[in-house]
Write a protein that binds this ligand. Structure first.
Ligand SMILES: [Zn+2]
Length: 329
């Protein structure tokens, strides 16, 4: 039987840490020491382990954990036609990565994420989210050597990501998340991100949501409510109070993915802390507006840290839910 989705559903933003055996295998594969097929088997094993873990602790809406991805932008650019991948570029201090370069018309030659979605969904009766990177973010994190401007580049990407979203929906995805972590960085380009998302979500019946990483939310609020999705997921565990003040002034008209644990910190939040964050949010949002999750992807944490943070979220949400039952009657 498919478990029904309760009020204050728990979920995750996307990535989970890769287990050590998979990190080793990825390094070996990049040096040509093991075959693609072997790597794929280990990616499947890790995905299976994460799906089972989420079911076991009682998360309501699952993610596949992105065991097969390196970078969230490069992963898409590698499969889309029109891109080449640059040599190593330095970003965020000492992190180096390969940056996509658009050199020709963008086209989606084949589905990018559908096969992994089907694999993960095949392991569970609970819904698994379809996970895409949004056109604005792919554009912002790539070099443009083909399109006349950022808008033309973004809108071409939006059509390709729309095709992918439509295929995920056809494959059965009830939730489709289109991540736009870059949106909070340049408020002046918010209208472009809104326009592009309108193309991505055009005609979809699945619930659509977007994740935006921490930035200057005050500068893009309430403008970001124009992003044509059902839900906006925000990294706000450390700033719940201030943001709630902003939302009080100008009501949040969509569902909210409420980040309640800090993904950048080793420190494990207590159940009471997380409960407190959910309860604070309940002063501004209706219960049926709130989905509870970590601030962002958990891939930078150790496996055990990530699991502990997810357990605290589930336990806290369960207890807050109990307190809501009498109100709902
Ligand atoms: Zn994020």
């Amino acid at each position: 039987m498919t478990p029904s989705i309760p009020i204050l559903p728990t979920t995750s933003v996307g990535s989970f840490p890769k287990p050590d055996y998979l990190k080793r295998a990825r390094a070996q594969a990049s040096r040509g020491e093991i075959k693609e097929k072997k790597l794929r088997e280990l990616e499947e094993r890790a995905t299976r382990e994460w799906i089972h873990f989420q079911e076991e602790i009682g998360i309501d809406i699952l993610v596949d954990g992105e065991m097969y991805r390196g970078d969230m932008v490069t992963y898409f650019a590698e499969t889309l036609k029109g891109f080449e991948i640059s040599g190593l570029v330095r970003s965020y201090g000492n992190r180096y990565y390969r940056k996509p370069v658009v050199v020709d018309e963008i086209a989606r030659a084949k589905p990018i994420t559908v096969e992994w979605y089907q694999f993960a969904q095949g392991l569970t009766k609970r819904p698994v989210k379809g996970m895409l990177t949004g056109p604005y973010t792919i554009m912002d994190w790539s070099f443009n050597e083909h399109y006349k401007d950022r808008r033309a580049f973004t809108l071409a990407l939006a059509e390709a990501i729309h095709e992918e979203a439509a295929d995920l929906e056809k494959a059965g995805a009830r939730f489709i998340q289109i991540d736009e972590p870059a949106v909070s960085v340049r408020p002046e380009e918010l209208p472009l991100a809104v326009e592009a998302m309108g193309i991505v979500t055009r005609g979809l019946k699945a619930k659509t949501l977007t994740h935006i990483c921490y930035g200057d939310f005050e500068k893009i609020y309430p403008g970001m409510l124009a992003i044509p999705v059902d839900q906006i997921d925000l990294e706000i565990s450390n700033s719940t109070q201030d943001l709630l003040e902003i939302f009080r002034k100008s009501p949040f008209t969509k569902e909210i993915g409420l980040g309640v644990v800090d993904v950048h910190s080793h420190r494990l939040e207590t159940k009471d802390e997380v409960k407190g964050r959910i309860e604070k949010a309940l002063k501004v949002f209706r219960p049926e507006q709130i989905y509870v999750d970590p601030d962002c992807g958990l891939k930078t944490r150790e496996v055990e840290e990530a699991k502990a943070k997810l357990r605290v979220i589930v336990e806290a949400a369960k207890e807050v839910r109990k307190g809501l039952v009498p109100l709902a009657r």
